[in-house]
Design a protein. Structure first.
Length: 594
């Protein structure tokens, strides 16, 4: 088997003119041969472990390969060809395909490893010139699934009704980070199960492995609860409810594709709908005006107000039952329990809290939040020693933070970018990065709150600076986060090695104030795929240079591939840019981003 020189350990493909495919995320190490294309016949799976997960995944992959007969839409070309842009016809394409592959041989060392945080997802994939088999080895089932999604991208149409792999190839691949996620919010607007499935399909193709499901919020409670069926009276309609069976279907669909589902019930903030149906006294300030117009009296960051009453004893009885109901459904070891954006003024509406403060004038809101931690965390741990908790960073870093939050709770950071990452890792917390300035996918679509006089303008005040950044609702974190901003974010910048070891990965949230079934997919995709590569193989080459320019054609092509697979990804550029590599770059200098 003749191989060209090994590419960058991060998988840059521009040095190889003999292949059109450019898989995303880029493998950690990929080496293409130069002996010519290999015919792919009817492939049969040889899996010595007879894993039903593997066999089902292979059937889906093979069906996609044969149905799509994929032709790469974007071909990489060196910038020296600019202008003009000749049609590339690699020499190997003129040769008659040799040999033929009939089998996919999968060797899995540990077929029983569960899909949980930290499971080994590495794999190797080898296609040899004279072999009748594609050889895949992995430590676990979950690595084999990633190998299949890579294989889906490199088996392409030969233009004559057949399939080929353009050259012999060796891939050694593994993720940089164990936590690679997106967050879907079904509390602000309902997202149907079929659309959640669509996001999982995109995740599997992008090698993202965590779906953080923000189940509810103040505005609606869509989950069916065994202990409290009345909670779904606060769903938007009887058709906008997730039954237990629906939630289990999502979990099973995701697991079959190597995706964990981590549920979130946001507590004690963002809590009105559902809870108030059990006992109105559980919810403080539920019937107040949110008072954004008079900030001194505000009770919520957006309508509608509501926070769990931290001092009322029945709160913890209901929290316990809801939490255990959901823990019986969601199989992942991790559970997200919220803890963001507590508004002190909300508790002025609670007689329990105001009396508690009156009992001891030295008490502060820090003490109140600590009371929640001390009462609620034992409930959250009570399901067993396997449970690990996630919380938003507010519980540690906000103005109303608790005094002592256990260090084994994973912090999801969303404010102040590198500064908060530094603070949390210095304090010894494990961190999932979701910095809103870089990774919030809902940003930049304008404010969703109505009756807003700031839009009553005939000019652009202050050049738009204050207006764009000072709005509320969906506009507070403007501007829109492009795939380049997402990909270029170096969230370990200036961290010590010890601090960097606390970064578990990153997640791109999509809050749904302005998102529903119609728009959810094109808000996620293909931007989430840029994050997928960022956390799988990184954004730098072996020399330490950012490979954003190299990603361009890979991502443009992957967008077409997502759409071909039924994921309604948004267009990134005029199609001209896809067909003419680098014609739409801002700089002719390909090292402008370094």
């Amino acid at each position: 088997m003749k191989f060209a020189s090994v590419l960058s350990v991060l998988g840059a493909l521009t040095a190889v003119s003999a292949v059109q495919v450019n898989p995303l995320p880029a493998p950690r190490n990929i080496t293409w041969g130069s002996s010519g294309p290999i015919q792919v016949r009817q492939l049969s799976l040889r899996d010595s472990h007879t894993s039903s997960v593997v066999s089902s995944a292979w059937l889906r992959a093979w069906n996609s390969i044969t149905t799509l007969q994929w032709v790469p839409a974007a071909v990489e070309a060196p910038i020296s060809n600019y202008p003009p842009f000749p049609t590339q016809t690699p020499e190997s394409k003129t040769k008659r395909a040799t040999g033929g592959i009939r089998y996919v041989e999968v060797q899995i060392k540990d077929s029983k490893a569960d899909l949980q945080h930290g499971v080994d997802e590495s794999y190797t994939l080898e296609v040899s010139k004279d072999s009748s088999s594609i050889k895949i080895t992995s430590q676990t089932v979950w690595g084999a699934l990633h190998a299949f999604t890579t294989l889906q991208q490199i088996i392409i149409s030969d233009g004559k009704g057949g399939l080929i792999i353009e050259q012999p190839v060796k891939i050694q691949d593994a993720p940089l980070y164990p936590y690679r996620g997106i967050m879907v919010d079904t509390g602000r607007n309902f997202i149907s199960v079929s659309k959640i499935f669509e996001q999982i399909d995109g995740m599997a193709l992008s090698k993202l492995n965590v779906l953080h499901w923000h189940l509810d919020d103040s505005q609606s409670w869509p989950m069916q609860m065994r202990s409290y069926p009345e909670m779904t009276k606060d769903a938007y309609s009887p058709r906008e409810i997730y039954t237990e069976a629906d939630m289990r279907r999502v979990i099973a669909y995701a697991r079959a594709r190597g995706v964990r589902v981590i549920p979130e019930v946001d507590m004690p903030g963002h809590s009105a709908s559902g809870w108030q149906q059990v006992d109105p006294e559980i919810v403080a300030c539920a019937n107040s005006w949110w008072s954004n117009d008079v900030w001194a009296y505000h009770t919520a960051v957006e309508p509608t107000p509501g926070q769990l009453d931290i001092i009322y004893n029945k709160t913890y009885e209901v929290v316990n039952n809801v939490y255990h109901d959901l823990s019986a459904i969601f199989a992942d070891n991790w559970f997200h329990v919220g803890a963001d954006e507590l508004q002190p003024n909300c508790y002025n509406f609670s007689t329990h809290v105001t009396e508690w403060f009156a009992e001891d004038p030295s008490r502060t809101y820090h003490d109140l939040v600590q009371y929640w931690v001390d009462r609620a965390v034992p409930i959250f741990r009570s399901v067993g020693g396997h449970r690990r908790l996630m919380m938003w960073e507010d519980i540690v870093l906000s103005a109303e933070n608790a005094h002592d939050v256990p260090k084994d709770i994973v912090m999801q950071t969303w404010n102040n970018g590198l500064d908060n990452i530094n603070k949390l890792t210095t304090a010894g917390y494990d961190v999932v990065v979701s910095s809103s300035d870089f990774l919030y996918l809902d940003c930049g679509h304008g404010g969703f709150v109505t009756n807003d006089p700031r839009y009553n303008q005939n000019s652009n005040p202050d050049g738009g600076v204050n207006f764009n950044y000072g709005g509320n609702g969906g506009s507070w974190c403007g501007p829109y986060k492009t795939w380049q901003r997402i990909y270029d974010y170096d969230f370990t910048y200036n961290l010590t090695d010890a601090q960097a070891s606390h970064i578990l990965g990153a997640e791109a949230p999509l809050w749904s104030e302005q998102v529903d079934d119609i728009s959810v997919s094109n808000q996620f995709w293909p931007r989430a795929a840029a994050l997928g590569e960022r956390v799988w193989s990184g954004n730098r080459d072996a020399a330490g240079h950012k490979r954003t320019t190299d990603l361009t054609q890979r991502l443009l092509n992957f967008r077409e591939y997502l759409v071909a697979n039924g994921v309604m990804a948004n267009a990134l550029v005029p199609k001209y840019c896809l067909k003419h590599p680098h014609a739409c770059d801002l700089y002719k200098d390909q090292t402008a981003i370094s």
